[in-house]
Write a protein that binds this ligand. Sequence first.
Ligand code: ZN
Length: 195
Amino acid sequence: MKHLTDDMLWTMVAGPGAAAWRAHLDTCPRCRERFDEWRAVHAGLADLEREALDEREIHRLSVLFRARGPQPAGHTELWTRLLRSAPLVPMAVRGAAMPVLAEHGVGPYHVTVQVCEETAGAHHLHGQVIEGGAPAGRGEVVLSTEDGRLLSGPIDELGEFDLEGVGPGRYRATLLVEKVRVVVESLPVGTTDGT
Ligand SMILES: [Zn+2]
């Protein structure tokens, strides 16, 4: 059986779901992990109804939900693949902070991301989303990690975005543009273990 979709996992968070899904969940660590993420989001949403999550946390949960929640009807989710990745300058000095440029794409969408180390451990991401050769337009970019770290920022009318102070790690980047969710599943920042 293929891995469970987010829709299936979300259904199981809210109710029992299908027996076959349950059986898969019992044997698949990857889906189990994703299920636990969803359960945490669900618990957070339930708290919203009770009261007093601070605004920051409400924002965090709503961003997480938009970026990783089930697709609203009529929306599309597209998963990119890595097209190329290269350091921007020669590897002349060992240990020097090198900007890295990566390009990810799916269908008409291309996402380029440049990662620069600003200060020790803090990176600056600059990127652009292109649709069919033109800027994809305004939207929102969300970086998230398995352990629940979350950063988000606007995508401007030129399809560009900037995120500052990004700690090292492996992120999922989700680009919300119009009715499309473009996903870069694995975006390494300040790690040297390749992609
Ligand atoms: Zn699975």
